[in-house]
Design a protein. Structure first.
Length: 301
């Protein structure tokens, strides 16, 4: 559980640095810029290049796309009903619609299901969550950020999104073996993603904002931690008749806390940063309880 401890330490470090005033107010912008232009591309190059595809995991791949689409269908009308701003709706779709299927998801899979199912988590993360973030995620962030953009500008923004470019490059380079030195460098650079992202979220987290964001916060976490995995279970198990451990792990991944990288993109586009920080800062520790409940339930269904 070293990864979970790292989450706590980096998140707390961000909060402490803000309270002590040791870092300037512009710190999150600098950290987020490094994550988007350096850390995320390194992760894409390394993991997409090495990914082993399996048709039996089609449900696992579809899970993230399904939940992101469902988030659009839920949060857009809910936003109008509750009178939420465009930026708040965008934050809910982006952060509530994507799960932390990697850094939180993988250690949780290992703890509850064993190392033999880590491959399911990687598929859910790389061909699911990360690919959605690099395409529909950046589209969502662009559409809900302040300012009107033409279709050409939106397409340009997606194509020039560094993680998307790295994703395309990784797919093109799949036939080419990476030198061990390149693998080591990409691994070390990619490892900066979660510590920097958690420090950035912790730096921005202000619990005093919770009262003003209580309705969207409750809506977002209720969807991500409860409704989303229930929807996957309904569609895959009840309607499609799928079963087995792989499906259990896929539903388990659907129940993960909000995706840290999605939060970074949302903040970078000024989509209600206080709400984003609250969803991640509260959602991750809360998910430890809800995930235990989902694991218990899945053993008995």
């Amino acid at each position: 559980m070293a990864n979970i401890l790292l989450l706590i330490v980096c998140f707390a470090a961000g909060m402490i640095l803000r309270r002590t005033g040791r870092f300037p107010e512009s710190t999150p912008a600098a950290l987020n810029g490094f994550i988007i232009h350096v850390s995320l591309p390194a992760v894409a190059l390394l993991h997409i290049h090495n990914l082993r595809l399996d048709l039996s995991l089609v449900y696992t791949v579809a899970m993230a796309w399904l939940l992101f689409g469902a988030a659009w269908l839920l949060f857009r009308p809910a936003g109008r009903l509750l009178g939420l701003s465009r930026e708040t709706v965008g934050a809910l779709i982006l952060v509530g619609g994507l799960g932390n299927t990697s850094f939180v998801g993988l250690p949780m899979i290992e703890a509850f299901y064993g190392k033999e199912f880590l491959g399911v988590g990687l598929i859910a993360d790389q061909l699911g969550s990360f690919l959605v973030l690099s395409t529909l995620g950046i589209l969502t962030a662009t559409l809900h950020s302040s300012g009107e953009l033409s279709a050409r500008q939106i397409v340009r923004k997606i194509l020039y999104f560094p993680p998307f470019q790295a994703l395309v490059l990784a797919l093109l380079l799949r036939p080419v073996p990476f030198h061990p030195w390149a693998v080591t460098v990409l691994q070390k650079v990619g490892d900066t993603l979660t510590p920097l992202a958690l420090a950035s979220v912790g730096f921005q987290l202000q619990l005093a904002h919770m009262k003003g964001e209580l309705r969207p916060l409750s809506l977002g976490l209720c969807y991500k931690l409860l409704l989303a995995p229930a929807l996957v279970a309904l569609l895959f198990v009840a309607l499609c008749g799928a079963g087995g451990k792989v499906i259990q792990v896929t539903i388990f991944e659907a129940a993960m806390a909000p995706m840290i990288s999605a939060g970074i993109i949302a903040v970078d586009h000024r989509l209600n940063p206080p709400l984003v920080s609250l969803m991640i800062g509260i959602g991750i520790p809360l998910s430890f309880l809800t995930l235990t409940g989902w694991w218990w339930l899945l053993q008995r269904v």
